[in-house]
Design a protein around this ligand. Structure first.
Ligand code: 4ZY
Length: 332
């Protein structure tokens, strides 16, 4: 049984009994500290990507469990974060805090360039990034390439306020491999590429490698921008170091790291790598666009919950330990 199976099993109403009424995570039972993943009714996120720790959410009801061609897919109703989407045992979004990720990964790049018109989203099958791109009235066309149709279908059914992004008439959906899609993309054709990947184990592994970044750079116009999910400064400095190194070699414009807080992601934070190609200079730290709230093409879209101009600028302030590593790698 893998770690992931253990976590999924823990969320079911399994016959495992609560060890003793009143026992909780921190209480020793028979001299042994209880393990959160075996407490019935709780989902614990256990992975080799964050050894020795696991964030847990109380499960009210499992709403969907399936196996796609690529991964295990689960949706559950949590006690305190709304509905939760889990892929291969890893939380991808919760209704309560998804705004912090989707808004930041989208508006950090799109508010940094004048009049973005053509945008490509790689991954992001839940539709949340599409919802955010749709707030930009300058955008004329949005391609999305998501490999897993089950993620799209499950999101449309269980997360309508996230998947609402698919309703925008500017969106064209491509179900397939993002790496292949980018290789075939017309050179210089996109103003922005947003890579909403999961962790670099499983289907998303290639999205962290140099050849992928080379394809992104080729598909962007001069002075075009990429924003990619870039893990946690608390857990993954080695991965981040590699991403920064690759991006510095590939992207000849700006290369910056930003981060945000997402309470249900491992360590409670997640980062973004922001890069631009050679051409008109991009100053990611000083946004030039405001989001045009009046011109949403999707009428029922909710107002921004997280992003604003101050938080945009603040996202690039790094703690010293991360700054040392990232700035040394990001130097020309
Ligand atoms: N798709 C965003 C995401 C990335 C990493 C993790 C969770 C969600 N762990």
């Amino acid at each position: 049984m893998t770690d992931q199976n253990v976590t999924a099993a823990a969320a079911t109403n399994s016959p495992m009994k609560k060890l003793k009424e009143g026992d909780d995570n921190n209480n020793a039972v028979n001299g042994v500290k209880s393990i959160s993943s075996v407490i019935p009714g709780w989902f614990s996120e256990i992975s080799t990507m964050w050894p020795g720790e696991a964030h847990s959410l109380k499960v009210e009801k499992i709403l969907f469990q399936g196996k796609s061609d690529y991964q295990d897919v689960m949706v559950f109703q949590s006690a305190t974060y709304g509905k939760v989407l889990v892929l291969d045992g890893v939380i991808q979004l919760t209704e309560r805090d998804e705004c912090a990720y989707q808004e930041m990964i989208t508006h950090l790049p799109l508010c940094s360039i004048p009049n973005p018109k053509k945008v490509l989203v790689i991954g992001g099958g839940d539709g949340g990034v599409l919802r955010e791109v749709a707030r930009h009235s300058s955008v004329e066309h949005i391609d999305i390439c998501e490999i897993d149709k089950m993620v799209i279908d499950v999101s449309k059914e269980h997360f309508p306020d996230v998947a609402i992004g698919y309703k925008d008439p500017r969106v064209t959906l491509h179900v397939g491999d993002g790496v292949a899609f980018l290789k075939a993309a017309q050179e210089g054709s996109y103003d922005a590429v947003i890579v909403d990947s999961s962790d670099p184990i499983g289907p998303a592994e290639e999205l962290f490698k140099k050849p992928f970044f080379e394809s992104v750079a080729k598909a962007l116009r001069p002075g075009g921008v990429m924003c990619t999910q870039a893990e946690s400064i608390w857990l993954h400095m080695n991965i981040i170091e590699g991403i920064v190194e690759n991006c510095r070699e590939v992207f000849k414009g700006s290369v910056n790291y930003a981060w945000t807080t997402v309470p249900t992601y491992p360590s409670g934070v997640i980062g973004f790598m922001l890069c631009s190609t050679e051409g008109p200079e991009v100053d990611f730290k000083n946004p030039i666009n405001q989001i045009d709230v009046q011109e949403n093409q999707i009428k029922s879209i909710v107002p921004l919950k997280f992003y604003n101009q101050e938080i945009h600028a603040a996202a690039f302030c790094l703690p010293s330990f991360a700054k040392r590593v990232i700035e040394s790698k990001a130097e020309n």
